[in-house]
Design a protein around this ligand. Structure first.
Ligand SMILES: [Zn+2]
Ligand SMILES: [Zn+2]
Ligand SMILES: [Zn+2]
Length: 264
């Protein structure tokens, strides 16, 4: 069943793992590839609703370049998955959106991440000095399994294991974004099973990884959740977009920077 008013467009802002691809100094075939789909900025997505309001998930080091590339001039909200450098070090560039709108940017994250953000970006929460030197944000607390709305979009989140830290994964209507996780628990799989039409999830590479779900594990998760279409992101230089595309099932593709996906 189609619900046009609930439909979303997802833009892959960045599809790369923490180093980005190419990796500084690396001479491998993927890092030297002329295929733009092998050129990956740090992982982030933008969700655009029917009224053209934009929700961003994560502001990595290339956030400014991603916003310029996609010609974005206003933001409805920013959701944070976790505060590893590759997901938040573009935070300062939220300043530009305040300069445009004169309104603080709505940021959504768990209490644990709020506490960490106040340490990592202490300057942004000090009440002295010139306004322009720090992002103006309104912080909203996200709680596990407590859905909230941004405009007409329903958002649900819960925390998943990612080595020593907990990452928030997000469902927005029938779209889900899960990056930087090792596994979902049985309860978490039950919570989303059958509810997801399109899921973008991290996969890094085909080999093993201690703190990240790798491509075969992410494919298994898509199956367990019953997602209709899967997109694998947060990719390393071990993945060549064209060479490795054939290793994915028919309903799954690799993400690339600038990719757009319609979600009904
Ligand atoms: Zn990451
Ligand atoms: Zn390389
Ligand atoms: Zn991480």
């Amino acid at each position: 069943m189609k619900h046009p008013h609930n439909s979303l467009t997802v833009t892959i802002l960045g599809s790369g793992t923490s180093t980005g691809v190419p990796v500084i100094g690396c001479r491998c075939a993927v890092c030297k590839s002329p295929d733009p789909k092998n050129n990956r900025t740090r992982a982030a997505v933008m969700i655009t609703d029917a009224a053209q309001r934009h929700i961003i998930i994560d502001t990595g080091p290339e956030f400014r370049l991603q916003m310029l590339r996609e010609d974005v001039s206003s933001l409805e909200a920013v959701l944070y998955t976790h505060l590893h450098a590759d997901h938040c070090h573009g935070f300062d560039d939220l300043r530009a959106f305040y300069f445009q709108s004169g309104k603080p940017i709505n940021c959504y994250l768990t209490q644990e991440l709020i506490d960490e953000m106040k340490i990592r970006f202490a300057y942004a929460f000090e009440k002295t000095g010139y306004l322009g030197t720090r992002p103006q944000v309104d912080i909203h607390v996200v709680k596990d399994y407590q859905p909230f709305t941004i405009g007409d979009v329903e958002v649900e989140s819960f925390g998943v294991e990612h080595g020593d830290v907990t990452t928030s994964v997000f469902r927005l209507n029938r779209f889900a974004y899960a990056t930087d996780f090792k596994r979902f628990t049985e309860r978490q799989i039950q919570a989303w099973r059958g509810k997801i039409s399109v899921m973008v999830a991290s996969g890094i590479h085909f080999g093993a990884h201690k703190t990240h779900s790798v491509i075969p594990e992410t494919l298994e998760l898509f199956k367990q959740l019953g997602v209709e279409r899967g997109v694998i992101t947060h990719l390393s230089h071990d993945v060549d977009y064209l060479r490795d595309a054939g290793r994915l099932p028919d309903n799954v593709v690799f993400a690339y920077d600038g990719m757009r996906i319609d979600v009904d």
